[in-house]
Each structure stands twice: as C-alpha cells, then as structure tokens.
Design a protein around this ligand. Structure first.
Ligand SMILES: [Ca+2]
Length: 270
C-alpha cells in the first residue's frame, strides 16, 4: 500500500511540475551575431528589400522620390543595374519569382513586376493594407504589412492564400519588416529594433532572435535602422544591413545575449 501511495504521490508531483513548467514563460533565446565578412553598401540606400540570387544582391529602396530596385555586386557594392520608382510611390519589399521580381509599396496598395534579368517593368498588381517586406518559400510569396500577421500570396496571381500569426512567448510580434526564407524558417527584421525574429512557418512561433545591435554605424539617423536580410542558400551565407548603412555584413550566430527589446516584446508590452 505504501508503495502504491509513493507511486501516486510521485505521479502527482511530476504532473504538477510539468503543468508549472508548461505554464511558466520560458522566454525565447536571443543570440548576438559574429561578423564573417564586411562589404560596402550604398549609404544613400534606404534599404527596404534585399535578396541574393545567382551570385548577385538585389535591393529595393524606399522613400518618396528615391525609391527603386537595383542589382548590386556583393564584393564591391557596385550598382550594376537599377530602375527608379517615381514619386509618390514609396518602395518596400522585393522578391524573386521565376524570371520576375515583385516589389510592393508602403501605403499605395500598388505592387510592381519587373524582369529579373533587365529590371524592366513588366506589369503591376494590387493588394489591401500596407506593404512592408517580402520573401518566398518556393510555394508562396510571403508578405509582411507592419502587423504581427504574415500573408501568404499565390506566386503567379498574387492573390491571398492564407495568413500566419507570429508570436514570441505567446505575445504578438508586430512591425515585422524585411523578410528572408532561410533553410525552412522565416527571418524577419522587427522595425525599430535590432532584432531579427526566427519564425517557425508552421506555428508562427518565434523560436529565437538574432540581435544585430553590434552592427551598423555608431551614429545614425532615427530612421536608419537595421533592415535587410539576404541568404545565399547554396553557400549558406547570411547577409544583413540597414537603412543608409555604409556596410553590409555576412554574419553567423554568436553567443546568447540579453536584449531589452526582446524582454519588452516577450512581456507583450510592445
Ligand atoms: Ca530579404
């Protein structure tokens, strides 16, 4: 009888422990970054979109009157080809799909299509709400719009297919900005922070953050935030930069760090 009682008590304690463990916010780890290589970046470029394709960087820039898309040689920062987006459009995220490049705009609800090879205009599309960042996973275009919800679009028609609510420690992660699909995860800059959220595309849960606060110019304008993630999937190189940053960095995950931004976010205070 004593033995049965002992087993029962042990089971109750174990269950209670698991219940507490499951309910206690354990937080989401934050990692710093180590710089692997540093490249030149146009300090005039207000980076809103960035991806790496066939050995070249593609960058979308924002602000009315200086928005556009450009093809850049990574090694030198040289702009090889570009196309301007006339005012009043404010360029935002860009993404490649087959032989095309798509670009969204901030509040204009207008998207533009270009040839990936010549950056020549090929058409336009529309969507509701705002346009922030874009990437793709081989099946869908993924679009951020300043909220904590990512949209999935049909890559051929750009019609909405579904959404993904993004949370960290149970808290909505708003202001998701520039996006990148990296080995089956979604990376997202969080606007006005140094954080890059690493998101499970099935659950929307942020499983870890990168803190890129060690990168970029020490003195900078209030809008010159970290924004721009590109991934060279073949060589597994991760690149990050920011708005009007004179440098672009190849980085890898560093040690765990403390982040006030992440703490604020994970207490649902942001
Ligand atoms: Ca990107």
């Amino acid at each position: 009888m004593k033995r049965i009682l002992l087993v029962l008590v042990t089971l109750v304690l174990l269950a209670g422990g698991w219940f507490l463990y499951a309910r206690t916010p354990s937080g989401v780890p934050v990692y710093g970054v180590q710089t692997v290589a540093t490249f030149k970046h146009d300090p005039q470029a207000f980076t809103e979109g960035l991806f790496f394709h066939n050995g070249l960087l593609y960058e979308g820039t924002g602000e009315e009157g200086s928005s556009g898309i450009r093809k850049v040689r990574l090694e030198t920062g040289e702009v090889l080809q570009e196309d301007q987006l006339p005012a009043p459009y404010f360029g935002e995220g860009i993404v490649a799909w087959k032989d095309r490049l798509y670009q969204v705009t901030w509040k204009d609800q207008a998207g533009f299509i270009y040839g990936l090879d010549d950056l020549a205009p090929r058409g336009s599309f529309s969507y509701t709400g705002e346009g922030w960042g874009m990437t793709q996973n081989g099946e869908s275009i993924i679009l951020s719009d300043g909220t904590s919800t990512l949209r999935f679009l049909d890559p051929e028609t750009l019609a909405p297919k579904g959404t993904l609510a993004v949370t960290a420690n149970g808290c909505p992660v708003a202001k998701l900005n520039e996006l990148e699909w990296v080995d089956g995860q979604i990376y997202a800059n969080i606007w006005q922070t140094n954080l890059v959220a690493r998101i499970d595309p099935k659950t929307g849960h942020v499983h870890s953050f990168l803190d890129v606060g060690a990168l970029g110019p020490k003195t900078r304008g209030i809008d010159d935030v970290a924004n721009g993630i590109a991934y060279d999937a073949k060589a597994k190189r991760l690149f990050v930069t920011g708005k009007r940053w004179p440098e672009l960095y190849q980085v890898r995950q560093g040690d765990k760090v403390a982040s006030q931004d992440a703490q604020t976010l994970m207490s649902c205070a942001r």
